[in-house]
Design a protein around this ligand. Structure first.
Ligand SMILES: Nc1ncnc2c1ncn2[C@@H]1O[C@H](COP(=O)(O)OP(=O)(O)OP(=O)(O)O)[C@@H](O)[C@H]1O
Length: 300
């Protein structure tokens, strides 16, 4: 797969305030990257830089093979963007809004009709936006973002206000776009929801990159442990010093080096097959980094 976005040493200051400090990442076409961080970490600033709304103070960006410099036109790039707070002119109807954006982007009316139906808004297409619920506005905003069948899609909190079924539908649409080669950057605080829908994550803390990579890399780098639990574990632990040394909180805590050995010991030596392994999730990894850096005084 080709590189969709390459960002090297991106920095940005607002006056004396540092919003981004030497952030680098790369993503391929067809990949989804979660952009994570506390409030004020620099996520929206990074998205605005990618959209060309802000020129970074320093660094080099390449999007879909184009080196993006100050004043580079992005009009030939197929970018889709869903802002955090979808806000359109609320006296227009849903259909009028999508038609307006379709005309701006040179997209035909049939695509508007197709998306309205696909997003379950057909019944409300002639109603003014001010009568839409938050979730309906969010669906309309997402339809607007993918009107042009984007090659790079930037989504700021896409599932806020959506019910679980609508969130699943949205990630289903993202999967369809990915299969067509679209690269997707999702900025979110809903970590458990996004965990199964991403290829990589970039975690920012006060403008700096705290960690990046796929889930396996993030797990390895954090050194967080896998939890092994079983109803029969307590009895086994009583008879084994080795297991006792790993036992905390009704579980064996295993690092990546010892995991395989311990599992083999349990199955081969102890005849234990009734156990569950729980790898550290994205939320745990995120909190680990936030805690680590708050201790160092980087994140307040
Ligand atoms: N237009 C601006 N002028 C001055 N400072 C700004 C501006 N926009 C953002 N900042 C500052 O830059 C830093 C990063 O802000 P940004 O909005 O990128 O964070 P964020 O990670 O998107 O936060 P949130 O999760 O709260 O939306 C913050 O310290 C913020 O106060």
């Amino acid at each position: 797969m080709n590189t969709a976005v390459s960002a090297r040493n991106i920095s940005h200051n607002f006056g004396a305030d540092v919003a981004l400090d030497d952030v680098s990442f790369e993503m391929k076409q067809g990949q989804t990257m979660a952009l994570l961080g506390h409030n004020g970490a620099g996520k929206s600033t990074l998205i605005k830089i990618l959209l060309g709304l802000i020129t970074p103070t320093g660094g080099v960006i390449n999007i879909l093979g184009r080196n993006i410099r100050k004043n580079t036109s992005r009009s030939d790039l197929k970018l889709g963007y869903l802002p955090e707070n979808v806000s359109f002119y609320d006296k227009l109807t849903g259909e009028e809004i999508l038609t307006y954006f379709a005309e701006l982007k040179g997209v035909g009316k049939n695509r508007v009709c197709e998306l309205i139906e696909e997003f379950g808004l057909g019944y409300a297409k002639d109603r003014a936006l001010k009568t839409y619920s938050k979730g309906m506005k969010q669906r309309l905003g997402f339809a607007q973002a993918i009107l042009c069948e984007p090659e790079l899609l930037l989504l700021d909190e896409p599932t806020v206000g959506l019910d679980p079924v609508a969130s699943q539908f949205l990630y289903g649409k993202i999967d369809e776009l990915k299969r067509l080669g679209c690269a997707v950057i999702v900025c979110t605080h809903e970590l458990s929801l996004i965990e199964n829908n991403i290829d990589t994550a970039l975690i920012l803390g006060k403008g700096r990159c705290l960690a990046s990579g796929n889930l396996g890399e993030l797990r390895y780098e954090s050194r967080l442990k896998t939890r092994l639990t079983s109803p029969s574990l307590a009895a086994l632990v009583n008879d084994s010093e080795r297991l006792a040394s790993l036992y905390t909180d009704n579980a064996l805590l295993l690092d990546s080096e010892s995991k395989q050995d311990v599992v083999q010991y349990l199955t081969a030596e102890c005849g234990l097959f009734d156990f569950a392994l729980k790898e550290p999730g994205l939320a745990e990894i995120y909190h680990f980094h936030m805690q680590k850096y708050s201790q160092l005084g980087v994140v307040s």
